[in-house]
Design a protein around this ligand. Structure first.
Ligand code: AGP
Length: 609
């Protein structure tokens, strides 16, 4: 998605803007630009393509000034081009604007503005908003922004500057993330935390409907209606090195290896040993409110949807409460049956995925309580929810989700235990066993991440095949789906995840001696069934890469390759079994020279439909 950075203060803006944009690259973009204010002039440069192209252009430009805006654009209206790149300007460049989101009524507004002889140079909805602010400008940028936004339908995070008001950035947000970094010597506006970390850890999170006037020495936040708002300054724990690659070739590999720490951080303080129960501080819903819940409706997308499928199996097994799992883009246009006894659970790494956010909003309108399971502090989905469980994976920069996924599974495991104990469906002794197993997961994960020799061998051997099949059952059916998604989004090879029991209902026709199948066959309720599936494939000369439990000798007689993970409770096995599949996809993609951290056509957070 688009990346926004703004700076106002004592320093030169351009180097800060370019540095900030480089830390937002992971969001995915196809053009970039900057604008700085010096005296009575706004100077700017922008280009289609990547930041290094913009840097080359800027080298020969004089972009001096202490107030400025920068932007990386992910095209939604209008092709990636210099004209469509942000910032956009009013006539004679008196106002500059950068924007993330979609102005849904931009055509109607464009028609009205044309009647006022406004000339457009781009195809973007953003330029419409910029001119709308311009025609409403009457000496006060804050008032003009408010007037314009009252006429806008859609989602936005914006920042704008005016030659008539040097030293001021006006920012606003609706359904798109925007933060303010409070630094010494100046203040920043940005789409996400990594962009401000080199300058400050003190961050203010704007809420939907907030408008901010940001000066070098202060910030005033109010509602769209003009009512002042007192927004807390939070101290973000992430430091710059956390968001750096830490010596790994790619953010994704670093984040795969960070998973033991991420799981440990996510479960820390959430295991009540004396009560053999899970505990969530600042949860947001009381035990009495939770006891009234008769059903959970999980709403999520992509990898987070796979996490929801694992959560369903765990919560239904331990808490004996029905759980349905919904793809966000399906849920929001369906006719779900929810009420105040439903707990809608939004699972989202970014907390900004529009389909999950709007699905959760839809559920709340039906009376359901909302629980967010999210990795980004203060993002939109937690802020709209009644209860929150934050995963503590730290910034996930790689577009392909890895540590966010496994920490979601840990959080869902804790939630299943909590609900089971609260409803009396899970005996104390069994809860104690599960919690003890969960505490061992970080240590066991380290063994898996350290042992990727066989995975690398398989990646080298099968990097040119056209199709992979992934099969699993019960807790590891979602693992098969996730492994296939990782392969697709990283290496651009087609991978398909399937319920192993469905093999004979079609996919087995694919099997031949050049066709690899990854079979997740760890010890558990469906182990023997998985062995049968592997035998079916081998009987047809198919290749089998099996994921098995350490010490399993039986499977070695059947599969071509056996990648092992340490034994654990079946409900936590997906946290371990997904890691070799993350590594398999990573190594195949790296071997194929793919852009591992920013795969083509993908964005880290899908904040527009
Ligand atoms: C994960 O590898 C994908 N990039 C994607 O499916 C992602 O999980 C999905 O877009 C949901 O994102 P969220 O967790 O931030 O809501």
């Amino acid at each position: 998605m688009c990346g926004i950075i703004g700076y106002v203060g004592e320093g030169q803006a351009t180097p800060i803007l370019m540095d900030g944009l480089s830390r937002l690259e992971y969001r995915g973009y196809d053009s970039a630009g900057v604008a700085v204010l010096e005296g009575k002039r706004i100077k700017w440069e922008k280009t289609a393509g990547k930041l290094h192209e913009l840097a080359r252009i800027i080298k020969n430009a004089d972009l001096s000034g202490t107030t400025g805006l920068g932007h990386t654009r992910w095209a939604t209206h209008g092709v990636p081009s210099r004209e469509n790149a942000h910032p956009h300007f009013t006539l004679r460049r008196r106002i500059a604007l950068v924007h993330n989101g979609i102005i849904e009524n931009h055509e109607e507004l464009r028609r009205k503005l044309r009647k006022r002889n406004v000339k457009f140079v781009s195809q973007t909805d953003t330029e419409v908003l910029c001119h709308l602010i311009g025609v409403n400008y009457d000496g006060c940028l804050l008032a003009a922004v408010r007037s314009a936004l009252k006429r806008v339908k859609g989602s936005y995070a914006i920042a704008c500057i005016s030659v008539d008001e040097p030293g001021i950035i006006v920012a606003a947000r609706m359904n798109n993330p925007l933060i303010i970094g409070v630094a010494s010597g100046g203040n920043l506006v940005a789409s996400d935390i990594p962009a401000v970390l080199p300058y400050t850890r003190r961050v203010m999170f704007l809420d939907d409907g907030d408008v901010a006037e940001v000066r070098g020495d202060g910030v005033d936040i109010s509602t769209l209606g003009g009512k002042p708002r007192n927004v807390a300054v939070r101290n973000v724990q992430w430091d710059v090195s956390t968001a750096e690659k830490g010596g790994y070739p790619h953010f994704m590999l670093k984040e795969i290896h960070e998973q033991p720490r991420a799981i440990a951080a996510t479960i820390a303080g959430r295991i009540n040993k004396s009560a053999d129960d899970a505990v969530f501080a600042d949860f947001g819903l009381s035990d009495a409110q939770l006891k009234k819940i008769e059903r959970l409706s999980i709403i999520s997308c992509g990898t987070s949807w796979h996490a929801g499928l694992v959560g369903k199996t765990a919560i239904e097994e331990l808490a004996r409460i029905p759980v349905d799992v919904n793809i966000g883009s399906e849920f929001r246009y369906a006719d779900p049956i929810l009420n105040e006894r439903t707990l809608a659970v939004g699972i989202s790494q970014s907390g900004e995925t529009i389909d999950t956010l709007m699905g959760l909003r839809r559920a709340k309108e039906s009376g359901a309580k909302a629980l967010a399971i999210c990795n980004v502090l203060g993002s939109s989905i937690p802020r709209m929810s009644d209860a929150v469980i934050y995963t503590h994976a730290g910034p996930e920069i790689g577009v392909a989700s890895t540590k966010a996924y496994t920490t979601q599974l840990a959080a869902l495991g804790l939630l299943a235990i909590r609900l089971g104990r609260l409803r009396g469906a899970l005996k104390r002794g069994r809860a104690a066993e599960l919690l003890a197993a969960l505490r061992q997961i970080p240590r066991k994960l380290r063994k898996v991440t350290a042992n990727d020799k066989l995975v690398k061998h398989c990646a080298e051997r099968y990097k040119y095949v056209y199709d992979f099949l992934y099969i699993g059952r019960r807790y590891n059916y979602p693992t098969a789906l996730e492994g296939a998604l990782k392969l697709k989004e990283l290496s651009y090879i087609h991978g398909e995840g399937y319920s192993a029991g469905e093999m004979k209902h079609g996919p087995i026709a694919l099997v031949e001696d050049t066709f690899p199948t990854v079979a997740i066959a760890v010890k558990g309720r469906v182990y023997e069934k998985m062995l049968s599936n592997i035998q079916e494939i081998k009987a047809r000369k198919g290749i089998v890469i099996a994921l098995a439990t350490s010490g399993d000798r039986k499977i070695r007689k059947l599969a071509d390759f056996v990648i092992t993970t340490p034994e654990t409770e079946e409900m936590f096995s997906p946290i371990l079994t997904v890691v070799p599949l993350q590594l398999l996809a990573y190594h195949i993609a790296a071997n194929r020279g793919c852009d591992v951290d920013q795969p083509r056509n993908l964005a880290k957070s899908v904040t527009v439909e």
